[in-house]
Design a protein around this ligand. Structure first.
Ligand SMILES: [Zn+2]
Length: 330
C-alpha cells in the first residue's frame, strides 16, 4: 500500500500561454502557490471582481469533447489537461488564474503544463493529503462504455484505458495500463495528445470552431490514418484517454487509491464516476499537520522522499461503498 503523504503546492508562480482550440483566443494561465487544504481554485482574472471556482465534482460540466467548470460567473472550458497535470505531479493546492474562459490547447497534451509546474518545484505542506481507498468494485456505464473502479492490486493506483472504435475506424484498437506516480505520469501519460477524426474537424469547423487549429496542433485521423503528424507512442490515443480520465477524476480532490479501468469511456462517463466517488466517499475529517519540507522537481515513485517530519498513522472513516482514509499526526 502506498503510504500517506502530505499535501504539496508549487514553490513559486509559473505561467503557460496559448490559444484555445475552440475560440482561438490567446489566454494566459498563471499558477500560484496556495495554502494547505485549499485545493485547486480557478480564477477568471479577466472579469470584474475576479470570480473564482473551487474545483469540485459538483462544479464540473462534462461535455462530449471536453470538461468545463462553472460557479456563478466563473466558468472555464477544457480544464482536464490542466487538472491531469496538477494531479499527476501531486500539486494539491494551487490557484489557477486564467484571463479567458477556455484553457489553451497547446499541443493537445498536458506536457506544457507539466513543464511549467516542474520548472518551479514544489513545497511539502503541513497538512495530510486526503485519500479515497477503493475497497470494492464500483461501475458506471453509458452507451456501451463503462468505467470500473476496484481495489488497487498492490495498493498502488492503476489507470487503464481500452480504446475500441470498431474495425472501420482509422484509430486502431489499443490500450494503456500504468501504475500512477509523478514519474510515470510525466513519462508515460502527460505527453499523449488529444485526437479527432477528419469528420469531427469538418463538423467543428462548420460550427465556426477550431479554424486556426492545424494538423500539427493535435492528432487528426482520416480514413487512411494519421494526417501530417507522427505519433509519440504507438498507443498515444489510449494514453491520452487515460490522461483525460485522470484529469476528470482529479476533481474529487482525493488521492485515488484504486484500479480505474475504462472501456470506451469519455468525459461524460468520467464525470459520472467522479460524482459516484464523491457520493460514496462522504467527507473524511482532516485532523492534522505534519512537518514542512521543500524540494525541487517532482516527488519520487515510492513517495519515500515525500513525507513530513512527524510519524503518521491512518484513520479510516468507513462509508457504505468505499472509505476515506486520512493520515493524522502521530
Ligand atoms: Zn484530452
Amino acid at each position: 500500500m502506498i503510504r500517506p503523504r502530505n499535501e504539496h503546492t508549487i514553490a513559486a508562480p509559473c505561467e503557460v500561454r496559448g490559444r484555445g482550440y475552440w475560440g482561438g483566443r490567446e489566454v494566459h494561465v498563471n499558477f500560484s502557490p496556495a495554502p494547505p487544504g485549499s485545493g485547486i481554485r480557478f480564477v477568471r482574472s479577466d472579469l470584474p471582481g475576479r470570480p473564482a471556482c473551487d474545483v469540485s465534482a459538483a462544479a464540473v460540466i462534462p461535455g462530449s469533447l471536453r470538461t468545463g467548470l462553472c460557479q456563478g460567473a466563473a466558468s472555464f472550458a477544457m480544464i482536464e489537461h490542466v487538472m491531469a497535470a496538477l494531479y499527476g505531479l501531486q500539486v494539491d493546492n494551487c490557484v489557477v488564474e486564467v484571463d479567458g474562459e477556455e484553457l489553451p490547447g497547446l499541443d493537445g497534451s498536458s506536457g506544457p503544463f507539466v513543464d511549467a509546474l516542474r520548472s518551479v518545484g514544489m513545497v511539502l505542506q503541513g497538512a495530510a493529503r486526503q485519500r479515497l481507498i477503493i475497497d470494492r468494485t464500483i461501475r458506471v456505464e453509458e452507451n456501451g462504455g463503462f468505467i470500473e473502479a476496484s481495489p488497487a492490486p498492490d495498493g498502488h493506483p492503476v489507470f487503464e484505458y481500452h480504446l475500441d472504435y470498431g474495425d472501420a475506424s482509422p484509430i486502431k484498437r489499443q490500450c494503456y495500463r500504468g501504475a500512477l506516480s509523478p514519474h510515470t505520469f510525466a513519462r508515460e501519460v502527460a505527453l499523449a495528445r488529444t485526437f479527432v477524426t477528419a469528420e469531427q474537424v469538418v463538423a467543428l469547423r462548420a460550427q465556426g470552431v477550431g479554424g486556426h487549429v492545424t494538423h500539427r496542433d493535435l492528432l487528426v485521423f482520416d480514413r487512411d490514418g494519421l494526417v501530417d503528424n507522427e505519433l509519440r507512442f504507438l498507443n498515444e490515443c489510449a494514453r491520452h484517454k487515460t490522461l483525460d480520465l485522470i484529469g476528470d477524476l482529479a476533481v474529487t480532490g482525493f488521492d485515488l487509491i484504486g484500479h480505474f479501468e475504462s472501456h470506451r469511456g469519455g468525459h461524460r462517463l468520467n464525470g459520472l464516476m467522479a460524482s459516484r466517488l464523491m457520493e460514496l466517499a462522504g467527507c473524511g475529517s482532516k485532523k492534522t499537520s505534519i512537518g514542512l519540507g521543500r524540494y525541487g522537481g517532482i516527488p519520487g515513485d515510492d513517495d519515500s522522499n515525500d513525507r513530513g517530519s512527524g510519524e503518521t498513522e491512518l484513520a479510516v472513516a468507513k462509508v457504505p461503498w468505499g472509505h476515506v482514509a486520512c493520515s493524522i499526526n502521530g
